[in-house]
Design a binder for this molecule. Structure first.
Ligand code: FAQ
Length: 314
């Protein structure tokens, strides 16, 4: 009976139908989504930190306003995603945001490796917009077509906002690259720092990606890690050329036959170290979030007390 239901489910999603919160779904589908959506939400809220580092040092009021708006957008993305994740909660499957967030604070749930790198100069803010948001969009445009309705719909709005983020980053770098020699060098160093970590955002190579098969079967992932990474390289290299910057990969070259850029193997040891909690800023990011939760607990408690009081009087 269960096998029949699973087969029916797979056929249903294969026909591009969306699954909604109250629909029946296999347990491993629910589990896969809670894992991915909550990790995605954690990435959005931890991802606010590297950029927040530069709010008070943005070089002009206009830059500061754009950066503030971008970071607030990331908080909003986190909220939609925690909300989408919560729709999957039911007996045996805890998906409440307090719980999933706590898992992240305890180092039990992942967030994107990219946010464990520090932002050392203003040019890094440009590189994050251009490369990190650029890579995020590449992945999230695919996710707009994923089979779970609330996640797919959240992606539509998130992608629109990410494309503004990507352009504000590229524009920062365009300005720096048209500036003094020193500014251009600062932009080059930012690209050198963020190139490989940005490529790692797409995850391990396809043959080392344990979740891919199931994710593809259930139409959560619609394209493989390597195929998205390749597309990202293909669109980003000409953008670097336009800026007059060089990609820090001596093996990078265009293959006329395939129409794609070929590039070096990624530094996977570094990727695994970052995932194991040993990246340059892992500890700092978690400490910041843990302290923020402690210091701001009174705000949450006050809001809850106020809501309870309101409920009593109405
Ligand atoms: N970092 O079997 P796979 C943003 C983990 S965008 C850390 O291939 P899967 C916007 C993976 O979770 C960034 N962990 O896994 C923004 C799994 O571990 P698990 C967030 C990684 O799920 C911009 C294990 O490795 N975007 O935040 C990474 O099929 C600027 C094996 O990997 C999303 O989360 C990594 N890079 O494919 C915000 C998109 N890669 O869970 C602020 C949604 C892999 O079994 C500023 N997620 N792992 O313990 C996805 O599309 C997928 O989860 C992938 C990984 C593609 C990330």
């Amino acid at each position: 009976k269960i096998i029949d239901k699973n087969t029916e489910f797979e056929a249903y999603v294969a026909q591009e139908n969306k699954i909604e919160p109250k629909d029946w779904m296999p347990e491993d589908y629910r589990k896969l989504l809670i894992r991915q959506i909550s990790q995605h939400a954690h990435s959005e809220v931890v991802g606010m930190l590297p950029e927040a580092n530069w709010i008070s040092r943005a070089p002009s009021l206009r830059r500061k306003m754009a950066l503030l708006a971008k970071i607030q957008d990331e908080a909003g993305h986190g909220l939609y995603l925690y909300g989408a994740c919560e729709t999957l909660g039911q007996e045996g499957f805890t998906a409440h945001r307090d719980y999933t967030y706590e898992q992240m604070l305890q180092g039990k749930a992942k967030y994107s490796s990219i946010f464990n790198y520090p932002t050392l100069s203003w040019a890094d803010i440009g590189a994050i917009g251009w490369l990190v948001d650029g890579a995020a969009i590449m992945n999230q445009v695919m996710l707009m077509g994923n089979s779970y309705g609330p996640y797919a719909r959240a992606m539509v709005r998130i992608c629109k906002e990410e494309s503004f983020h990507q352009r504000q980053g590229y524009e920062i770098l365009m300005t720096l690259c048209r500036g003094t020699q020193e500014q251009k060098e600062m932009a080059q160093r930012a690209l050198d720092r963020f190139w490989w970590p940005a490529l790692m955002m797409f995850g391990p190579n396809d043959d080392a990606s344990p979740n891919s098969q199931k994710s593809m079967k259930y139409r959560v992932k619609r394209e493989s890690n390597d195929s998205l990474r390749q597309r990202f390289v293909d669109v980003t290299v000409p953008q670097a050329q336009y800026l007059g910057l060089s990609i820090p990969d001596p093996n990078l070259h265009f293959n006329e036959t395939t129409g794609h850029y070929e590039f070096s193997e990624l530094p996977w040891d570094e990727f695994h170290e970052v995932l194991a909690g040993n990246g340059p800023a892992n500890k700092k990011r978690l400490d910041t979030k843990i302290n923020a939760q402690k210091e701001n607990r009174w705000v949450k408690e006050a809001a809850l007390a106020f809501a309870a009081k309101e409920e009593k009087t109405t």
